[in-house]
Write a protein that binds this ligand. Structure first.
Ligand code: FAD
Length: 408
């Protein structure tokens, strides 16, 4: 078995792990990135047919990493207004970029385009060794260093480092190998994902509609398409996938209404089961979990990757500080600072997301009435609106330097 030593090994080159590799390119460290599935492969689980709503804060982080111009060039579409409504009821709320004094509240980009933007950025990182396709098979944490066994083709390699970062997604094999306690809660919903082309211009408006089957979002995309994220009971989501195009569009129009005129073309449909994952420890000596490996949430508020990108920015900042102070980057003290920092943001986003899911997936009379009052409250009350804006723009809580538009 061949052997190589690094400062940091990242397991998983999905959108979170790859972003971290680019961020660490700014630090004096030797990094290995181990990714199981090539970016260009149709089987790549991170860079697939999904669309991602990037928050204002995430755009700033990508800007700081020199990735944003590439994301923008691949059709990122600005969200200028968010319109939240309750199907068949009176309440609605409007959030506008103008209210926040910004050019856009967020941007919508295809996951695959994120991969196409991150891939060349990885090529430009001098201190990076990219092992792809290569699969992590085992991790051993010891007081002085961590060892990672990697299968690449027919060969097995042993890598060592001062710190291992697990960014290997919601079903993290690293987490499992190390026996880290995880609580998984099935939301009892799946998300049907596709895109449609409406008759009228989408006008850069993101629509969040709460229906009796679950939340439905239509987000503005390039070429006047709208990304559809439609959460429903798993069997309903499968039934929607199985409909022919005309029947699917008719069902969607019936749920969404006529704001965008007739809905015409529909893209490929995919279904994702939705679970929340909470992880007991996001750090151990020589190990950090980030992105979906550390937390997964319902996509209703479009927060999962945005949260993961703040993990990236915060971790890079903590490691940069540790290096400057001559501290051990995989040691308990530096990693405890990271864990303390991220705990509050993760909890806030999970609670916010779950509140939306439970209140808006419930059609009990008084609850429906209360949520409509809530929506009107958000529409009329400046403090409520400001709080919701800051949260959805990825600007609440203690922000990493990159999310504040500063360099690392
Ligand atoms: C329907 C849907 C819509 C969503 N919409 C949004 C949105 O609008 N906004 C938002 O912010 N978030 C959204 N999300 C969440 C977002 O997709 C995730 O948060 C994001 O993909 C997490 O990225 P990650 O890199 O942590 O994990 P992943 O994307 O799961 O990537 C993990 C990577 O690790 C690799 N890997 C796994 N095991 C190994 C191994 N043993 N060795 C080597 N490599 C390995 C995998 O091949 C993969 O490339 C949505 C999610 C869903 C399901």
């Amino acid at each position: 078995m061949s052997h190589t030593d690094f400062d940091i090994i990242i397991i998983g080159g999905g959108m979170v792990g790859a972003s971290l590799a680019v961020a660490l390119g700014r630090l004096p460290v030797r990094v290995a990135l181990v990714e199981a599935v090539a970016f260009e492969s149709g089987a790549q689980p991170s860079y697939d047919d999904r669309t991602i709503a990037l928050s204002f804060g995430s755009k700033r982080i990508f800007d700081g990493l020199g990735v944003w111009s590439r994301v923008e060039a691949r059709g990122a579409t600005a969200i200028k207004r968010i319109h939240i409504s309750d199907r068949g009821r009176f309440g609605f709320a409007r959030l506008a970029a103008a209210d926040a004094g910004v050019e856009a509240l967020g941007w919508v980009v295809e996951s695959r385009a994120l991969g196409q933007a991150l891939r060349p950025a990885l090529e430009e990182v001098d201190n990076l060794t990219l092992l792809m396709p290569a699969t992590m098979e085992n991790i051993v944490l010891a007081p002085e260093q961590a060892s990672v066994h990697v299968r690449q083709g027919d060969g097995l390699r042993s890598l060592t480092a001062r710190l291992v970062v697990a960014a290997d997604g919601g079903r993290s094999a690293a987490r499992e190998r190390l026996g880290i306690a995880t609580t998984r809660r099935d939301y009892g919903q799946s998300a049907l994902v596709t895109n449609v082309t409406p008759e009228l211009p989408h006008g850069n408006v993101a629509y969040e509609r709460f229906t009796d089957t679950g939340p439905l979002a239509l987000l503005p995309m390039s070429d006047n398409r709208c990304a559809v994220v439609w959460s429903a009971a798993p069997e309903q989501a499968e039934a929607l996938r199985a409909l022919d195009d005309a029947a699917f569009l008719a069902r969607l129009e019936e749920r969404f209404g006529s704001r965008l005129g007739r809905l015409r073309k529909v893209g490929r449909r995919g279904v994702y089961p939705l679970t929340r994952t909470d992880v007991a420890e996001i750090v151990r000596e020589r190990l950090v979990l980030i992105g979906n490996a550390a937390h997964t949430v319902h996509p209703v508020a479009g927060q999962g990757f945005n949260l993961g990108l703040r993990d990236v920015a915060a971790l890079a900042e903590v490691l940069s500080g540790a290096l400057r102070a001559g501290e051990d980057i995989g040691g308990a003290a530096a990693l405890a600072r990271y864990a303390d920092w991220r705990r509050r943001d993760t909890r806030a986003i999970a609670t916010f997301t779950d509140t939306l899911v439970s209140v808006f997936s419930n059609d009990l009379g008084p609850l429906a009435f209360a949520r409509n009052l809530g929506l009107i409250g958000v529409d009329l009350l400046p403090p409520a609106k400001r709080a919701l804006l800051r949260l959805s723009m990825g600007l609440s809580g203690r922000l990493p330097r990159l999310a504040r538009g500063l360099s690392l």
